[in-house]
Design a protein around this ligand. Structure first.
Ligand SMILES: [Zn+2]
Length: 184
């Protein structure tokens, strides 16, 4: 068994078995990790509040011999924790969109220090949603600045579609469905 202690951003939370939770985290040390939190649904679980999506935490993880991860301990990360600062409703919406996008775009166990720094930066400032997507795409290695439309090769791209990792112009956007994110 191996133990890890790392900073993390909580992406998502699911119920797991009767009393447990499965927490999807983006961590500094390991990249995206899904980890089981035992007893999460018991009323007195103090971890439960810390492990709500969009929180920043310091977490101790144990990787079992079978490969799966378990959360041993969790503390709030005060320096970047957004729950303790007054954030606008819009900023919460942007953090939610960021968590959803990271969950879709990142493979498990591929740590990326640049992406981690970008996540903390976005959490700390009031950026609009389009800017957030541009920052993340740059971290994922897709720079909208030099992109052309996947359908017509036009250089004026306004959308990104995670299904095919393609950029699209305004004109072609109506053909690609509602999954695309708006970049500007
Ligand atoms: Zn086009």
């Amino acid at each position: 068994m191996t133990e890890y202690y790392t900073e993390a951003f909580v992406l998502d939370k699911e119920d797991f078995k009767e009393h447990d939770g499965m927490i999807h985290l983006y961590t500094e040390e390991l990249g995206k990790v899904s980890a089981r939190a035992r007893g999460l649904k018991k009323i007195l679980s103090k971890s439960s509040a810390h492990l709500e999506p969009l929180n920043f935490v310091r977490v101790r993880l144990m990787q079992m011999k079978s490969g799966y991860f378990q959360i041993i301990d969790v503390l709030p990360h005060h320096e970047v924790s957004v729950t303790e600062k007054k954030k606008s409703q819009q900023h919460w919406g942007i953090l939610f969109a960021m968590a959803t996008f990271i969950n879709k775009m990142t493979p498990e166990l591929h740590p990326d220090q640049y992406l981690w720094n970008m996540i903390k930066k976005i959490a700390g400032v009031e950026v609009d949603e389009a800017t957030m997507y541009q920052f993340l795409l740059k971290a994922f290695g897709f720079d909208p600045q030099y992109a052309v439309c996947n359908a017509c090769q036009h250089s004026d791209v306004h959308y990104f579609l995670h299904d095919d990792h393609g950029f699209y112009c305004k004109g072609c956007a109506s053909n690609i469905g509602s999954n695309a994110v708006l970049l500007r």
